[in-house]
Design a protein around this ligand. Structure first.
Ligand code: NAD
Length: 271
């Protein structure tokens, strides 16, 4: 897999899965636009990529804000002249049920996890089509196809992201745009550790995050980034509209032996 001559935008590229994806594309010779609202983290990633001999630029933006999305896309075009790959990865995790969260808490998650992906696609797809096509990878979650207690706004936003992926695959397939959605299980990132920190016993949460996967260990950001890079590449030319689990077997139906043997009772309470 080589992305020489290609330009990739990675949203939420300053941390976790986004950071690993930006590094993966750069290692494989793409020019990478690292987009994040956290300036310090995003600048560090771009600087580290450049120190390794890669091509990267950092763009500060809140991707749930259309004006900022328009500006960042214009800046990528001005600097690199094309957009071939979009990894829509920026996301936040919040907790609650329909009766415990406020409208503002609902909107916050929908805006970052779902509206931002719509906005990024809206403004990058025309630029991709100008150059003959492109590939979009959405970072969904196992929560794109399964539910989790006390996480309604997150689960609904991630289900929506899979719907968005499928619509883009259908609406723009003839213009050579492919869109796929990865569904990570629990991945050891700052987000997951922040979530675990909300529990009075974070170590127990982390231990459960390991245990629920067939191999007994949660995923690493690079393990998701490898699949993202594959889906973005021409090797995945016949894949579009797919939901690709990168979950260590977490979505294997609970009746399956793997979960019974692990003794978890089929717990699915993961980020
Ligand atoms: N870590 C997991 O276990 C896990 C599992 C399934 C899915 N995911 C998904 O993977 C994606 C990345 O998660 P992560 O664990 O790497 O999280 P993370 O918190 O480590 O990184 C997310 C990055 O996104 C940035 N970001 C957040 N909102 C933004 C906005 N509005 N505009 C620009 N940047 C923004 C943050 O500043 C941060 O740098 C998310 O969409 C998350 O829902 C994570």
């Amino acid at each position: 897999m080589d992305f020489k001559g290609k330009v990739a935008i990675v949203t939420g590229g300053g941390s976790g899965i986004g950071r690993a994806s930006a590094e993966e594309f750069a290692r494989r010779h793409a020019a990478v636009a690292v987009v994040d609202r956290d300036r310090e983290k995003g600048e560090t990633v771009a600087r580290d990529v450049k120190a390794q001999g890669g091509v990267a630029t950092f763009l500060a933006a809140d991707v749930s804000n259309e004006e900022e999305v328009e500006q960042l896309v214009a800046r990528v075009m001005a600097q690199f002249g094309r957009i071939d790959i979009l990894v829509s990865n920026a996301g936040i995790q919040r907790y609650g049920t329909v009766t415990t969260i406020t409208q503002e808490e609902w909107d916050e998650v929908m805006n970052v996890n779902l509206k931002a992906a719509f906005l990024m696609c809206k403004h990058t797809i025309p630029r991709m089509i100008e150059r003959g096509g492109g590939s979009i990878v959405m970072v969904g979650s196992v929560q794109s196809v399964a539910a989790q207690r006390n996480s309604v706004q997150y689960v609904v936003s991630k289900h929506g992201l899979l719907g968005l992926t499928r619509c883009i695959a259908l609406d723009y397939g003839k213009q050579n745009i492919r869109a796929n959605c990865v569904l990570p299980g629990a991945i050891d990132t700052p987000m997951l550790r922040r979530s675990a920190g909300l529990d009075p016993h974070p170590e127990r949460v982390l231990e459960a995050c390991d245990r629920i996967h067939i191999r007994g260990k949660m995923g690493r950001p690079e393990e998701v980034a490898h699949v993202i890079a594959f889906l973005a590449s021409d090797l995945a030319s016949f894949m579009t509209g797919s939901a690709v689990a990168v979950d260590g077997g977490l979505l294997v139906p609970v009746g399956g032996m793997a979960f019974q043997e692990s003794g978890t009772g089929g717990t699915k309470d993961v980020p």
